[in-house]
Design a protein around this ligand. Structure first.
Ligand SMILES: Nc1ncnc2c1ncn2[C@@H]1O[C@H](COP(=O)(O)OP(=O)(O)OP(=O)(O)O)[C@@H](O)[C@H]1O
Ligand SMILES: [Mg+2]
Length: 510
């Protein structure tokens, strides 16, 4: 038996009344890819954050290469060769990729040309060795999410990490990028590094990992060899109940046109055209899926429809009325809900609790306030009911939502957005970061909206999700729709090709 490169023994971490890590034992070996699984809120990120010095354990012991160590800060962790790639990247947007990577290095205040050139070469060499391509000399804000992740990974490698932790690395990637990432992880493994990864995607775990550890409610339940287990066993260990993956019957329910967009042009902040003559239609009781690689205008489309962004040319009609200008209030009042891409940036107020976040859009309604005063008791019980219905795990109703696990934040956001029966739901990557059960819950909700006559615009990179839910799938590329297909005729490969911008005569009709 090989000695583990990292070992955690009896680790306890409490946040107030929540025991996020309850006597956790965990170990990983050099040259292995070790997946950490568990439902939303199981404690995965917490445990990994203690290894990387973001949190300190209340109790327990950590050993690196067989020696007991104290990890009090990310710097301590880096010195011990532990590096973590977080779910929300921590890059400085205005600096270049290379600058971000060398940031904090002692000599980096002296930036002579030669020094920079050498650094660029060194970074490019490292990136190439691990199959991580990105433009080293461009500022971060110009890079795609996938590229930013590569910068983060190279940053940990540059700092000499041989134990690399990735927290849900694939939830922000396209299928092609996921494959590239796994190729990189293989190179790391061959190079004798220890790779630890959390994810909710079982297929990825089965295809890429050597061993799997499963957490449930703060406890480490089991560690298994990937070759000796299967998805069903893992699902059982995670939730201790049978997970049913039901497929709903689809009844045609498409009604009148609800949203009609014609020839929309949008210019982005950096002056580039991000929507280019885009046209689409969503009817009542219809789920329209938008497939596409991130960065092809999906985010901007969602922003225009929810009043967050203005447009240059084109017409938008909603519920029979022309929309004249961008207004968030106007969008909310006319019945448009939004589950945005970045929930902490534009969806939730992190320091506030669940009640305030749930009331955010509707506090002015008669239901929630009278003569300008909030109906406190009523709003609390209303919130409590929503939290229960959507199975949001939070210690108290007033716990700041930034303390909830990623999946529970997403559930809370959904609860708010469907609580007032929207006419149109604009959902961007709605199941990103959700576990199997919660994902099924969101899918059920979208189908429920559809069957009660709401329209849904579902923007996602998850083709399985799109194929399962959408009445029609549109493919977005370079700011316009370059292909369309209905539920029955949708073909995965063709859509994949279109997503990559590969268009031939037959493909455009999918
Ligand atoms: N800073 C914090 N303050 C208070 N509670 C916290 C904090 N961080 C995490 N928790 C709580 O600890 C528990 C475990 O959360 P954690 O983020 O580790 O879960 P996770 O397994 O990573 O879930 P997900 O899959 O949703 O990301 C949750 O109940 C969460 O609310
Ligand atoms: Mg997490």
């Amino acid at each position: 038996m090989q000695d583990p490169s990292v070992e955690m023994r009896g680790i306890v971490k409490k946040f107030g009344s929540v025991t996020a890590s309850d006597q956790v034992d965990f170990s990983a070996n050099a040259g292995e890819i070790h997946a950490l699984l568990g439902e939303n809120g199981a404690g995965k990120s917490t445990v990994m954050s203690m290894l990387s010095g973001v949190y300190r354990a209340d109790e327990g012991e950590i050993l690196v290469h067989g020696l007991p160590v104290k990890i009090r800060s990310p710097k301590d962790a880096a010195r011990l060769g532990v590096g973590m790639v977080f779910q929300n990247f921590r890059l400085v947007q205005s600096l270049t990729a290379a600058e971000n990577i060398v940031l904090g290095e002692k000599s980096s205040f002296w930036r002579g040309n030669k020094w920079i050139k050498n650094k660029h070469r060194e970074i490019e060499g490292l990136a190439e060795r691990f199959g991580l391509k990105f433009p080293v000399d461009r500022p971060i804000w110009q890079l795609s999410v996938g590229e930013q992740q590569r910068v983060e990974i190279v940053k940990t490698l540059y700092r000499g990490a041989d134990i690399i932790i990735l927290d849900e690395p694939t939830s922000v990637l396209t299928p092609g990028e996921v494959e590239q990432l796994f190729a990189t992880l293989q190179v790391m493994k061959q190079a004798g590094k220890t790779v630890i990864m959390t994810t909710h995607k079982m297929k990825e775990v089965m295809a890429s990992s050597d061993r799997i550890s499963v957490m449930r409610k703060g406890r480490m339940i089991a560690t298994l060899a990937t070759a000796e287990t299967d998805e069903l066993e893992l699902a059982r260990l995670m939730v201790r109940r049978e997970v049913e993956i039901t497929r709903q019957e689809r009844e045609a329910s498409v009604g009148e046109p609800l949203l009609v967009v014609n020839n929309l042009d949008v210019i982005a902040d950096h002056g580039r055209k991000v929507l280019d003559g885009l046209s689409l239609k969503v009817c009542e009781g219809e789920i329209v899926g938008v497939a596409g690689v991130a960065g092809n205008g999906q985010k901007e489309l969602a922003e225009v429809l929810t009043g967050l962004r203005t447009w240059k040319n084109g017409d938008i009609e909603f519920d029979g009325q022309p929309v004249k200008s961008a207004s968030v209030r106007g969008a909310i009042d006319s019945g448009i809900s939004h589950v945005p891409e970045n929930r902490m940036k534009s969806g939730l107020a992190g320091r506030l609790g669940s009640v305030d976040n749930l009331l955010f859009k509707s506090y002015r309604s008669d239901e929630h306030s009278k003569f300008g005063f909030l109906k406190a008791a009523k709003n609390r019980s209303w919130s409590q009911a929503l939290v229960e219905r959507f199975n949001v795990k939070t210690p108290e109703l007033d716990t700041p939502v930034q303390q909830l696990s990623g999946g529970n934040q997403q559930k809370l956001l959904f609860a708010r957005e469907v609580s007032h029966q929207p006419k149109l739901m604009v959902a961007v990557h709605p199941t990103q970061g959700l576990d199997v059960g919660a994902t099924a819950g969101v899918h059920d909700l979208l189908m429920e909206l559809r069957s009660t006559g709401s329209g849904v615009l579902l923007i996602s990179e998850d083709l399985d999700e799109l194929l399962q839910l959408s009445d029609r799938i549109l493919v977005m590329y370079n700011g316009s729709i370059i292909g369309e297909s209905d539920h029955e005729h949708a073909d995965r490969e063709h859509i994949g090709l279109l997503m990559a911008g590969i268009q031939n005569k037959e493909a455009s009709a999918i």
